[in-house]
Every structure is written in C-alpha cells, then in structure tokens.
Design a protein around this ligand. Structure first.
Ligand code: MG
Ligand code: MG
Length: 272
C-alpha cells in the first residue's frame, strides 16, 4: 500500500512504476481487443481474449469477482453506458461497444476503457466517440500539481458542453486508484473547478467520462450491473489511469504514456 495522506493514497515513484506495469497490461489488452473486435463475435468472445491477454502477461483481471462481477471486462453495447456483462450478444455491423478493463500487477491496479465503432456508423455517433475521448484527455490535461480534483471535472464538462447537445452521466464517476481499483477521491465529469482534494505528487486518478447522444438519465437492468440510458440513446465511455509525478502527468494505461496527447494540449509529460 501507499501512504495515505488527507484521505488519498500517495504513491512513491517506485509504486507508480509498478502501476505503469499494470497500466501497460490494460493498454495492451485493449489494443488487442480493438484489433480483434468484429461483427459476428459475441461479447463473451471478447472477454475470453481479454482474460488470455491479461493472464499471459502475468497479471490478474481485477474485474473478475469484483463485487461478484462474472467477467474480466465490461462490454457495453450501443445504449448500454457501462457495466455490461459479456455474454451471448452477437455484435453487428454499425454497433458501438465500450470495453472497460482492469488488471493487477504486484498488487497495483490499472483501469482503462475505450469505445469502438464496428463498421459504418452515422456521423453523430463518430462525433460522440470523438467528443468523449477528447473530453477525457482535456480532463487529464487540466490536472496539475497544486490544483484541485474538480479542475478535471470542470474541464471535462466545459469541453463536452462546447461540442453540442450531449448528455453527461452524473451517477458514475472517475476515482482514485492504486492499491485498490476504486479509492477516494471521486472524480465527477461535471462541476465547478477548484474543489476537492489537492492534486499532489504521487496521486493517481482514473478519469472516465460517460457521454450520451440523448438524455443522461439511466437505469440498472435486472442483472444488477448493466447500466442503460432510459431513453435508449447511445453512449460512449473512455477512461485512462494517470499519475501526477514531479515532472508532470503520466498516463499509465496509454501505450505512449500520454506523451502525444499531453503535448498537443500543452500539459507536461511526467513519464520520464
Ligand atoms: Mg474502468
Ligand atoms: Mg474506473
């Protein structure tokens, strides 16, 4: 475990390096899934690929058994926002699928999600994916030493609102991460800046906007996991785990550590 200070877990540079190993397992697993996913597969097929990818790297899937969750990924298709259970649903051309994945290496966690379009989708769906992914990056890039957690929240919301009429899901939020997948503080995807715990060296957070084409209102299906939009509108979900280091930001679940996106957004890269 890291050292707890003012309600958050502070990681040493060595512990952040261990989290990078977990993050790379997650990033590489998601890259494999992005390459593999195609119409005709089931979401259970994707789960099997993910379990193999994680275990073949000597890591443990963190989702499996988490509060009884029965799989190694969440697979959320079309109007499913998050927490879809992999099963016999067959993916079709024109679907979108959000894949959320977590892994543990030496007790340290990584957590990341992508949304992928299968074949041709309408322009507004392509835009939904672009806006959601970029909102995540804007949120991460808004983090800096001495700032506050809701600086991230505000940057996510401001970007999304500036892009058009989208729904921002409020019930599910980003989080601290480290020796457990979910730790304080919460990282909402909306709100005023300058609030919440201070952003300090050694803090690691998962930023994960969930954005809808219609209303953000949602409900949980009878399986007690699957979260769907109430109006049936489609939803996207992107997530990365990042750490604040003395040099800047290190996106632990991005294959390049976030270097390219952070440079584009003018935020210091801290993965050296
Ligand atoms: Mg996740
Ligand atoms: Mg998460």
């Amino acid at each position: 475990m890291g050292l707890w200070h003012r309600g958050v877990e502070i990681k040493t540079p060595e512990q952040i390096k261990a989290m990078r190993r977990a993050g790379l397992v997650v990033g590489e697993t998601l890259a494999e899934l992005r390459d593999a996913v195609r119409p005709g597969m089931t979401t259970a097929d994707l789960d099997a690929i993910a379990a193999d990818a994680i275990r073949s790297r000597g890591a443990t899937p963190s989702f499996l058994g988490y509060h009884g969750f029965p799989a190694s990924i969440c697979a959320s298709v079309d109007e499913v926002i998050v927490h879809g259970i992999p099963g016999d649903r067959v993916l079709a051309d024109g679907d979108i699928i959000s894949i959320d994945c977590g892994a543990i290496v030496d007790g340290w966690h990584g957590d990341s999600a992508i949304t992928v379009a299968l074949g041709e989708v309408p322009e507004q769906v392509t835009e939904l994916l672009r806006v959601t992914e970029e909102a995540m990056w804007r949120g991460i890039a808004a983090a800096h030493l001495g700032g506050r957690v809701t600086d991230i929240s505000h940057a996510v919301e401001a970007f999304v609102r500036g892009q058009g009429s989208y729904g921002i899901v409020e019930e599910y939020v980003g989080h601290g991460i480290g020796s457990a997948m979910h730790q304080p503080p919460n990282v909402p995807n909306y709100g005023r800046p300058g609030r919440g715990p201070k952003l300090v060296r050694g803090l690691a957070l998962a930023v994960e906007p969930m954005i809808t084409l219609g209303s953000p209102d949602n409900e949980v299906l009878e399986d007690d996991w699957t979260v769907v939009t109430t109006d049936g509108s489609w939803a996207a979900h992107f997530e990365h785990t990042f750490a604040l280091t003395s040099e800047g930001l290190w996106v632990l679940t991005a294959l390049d550590g976030g270097e390219e996106a952070l440079a584009r957004l003018g935020a210091p890269y801290g993965g050296r």
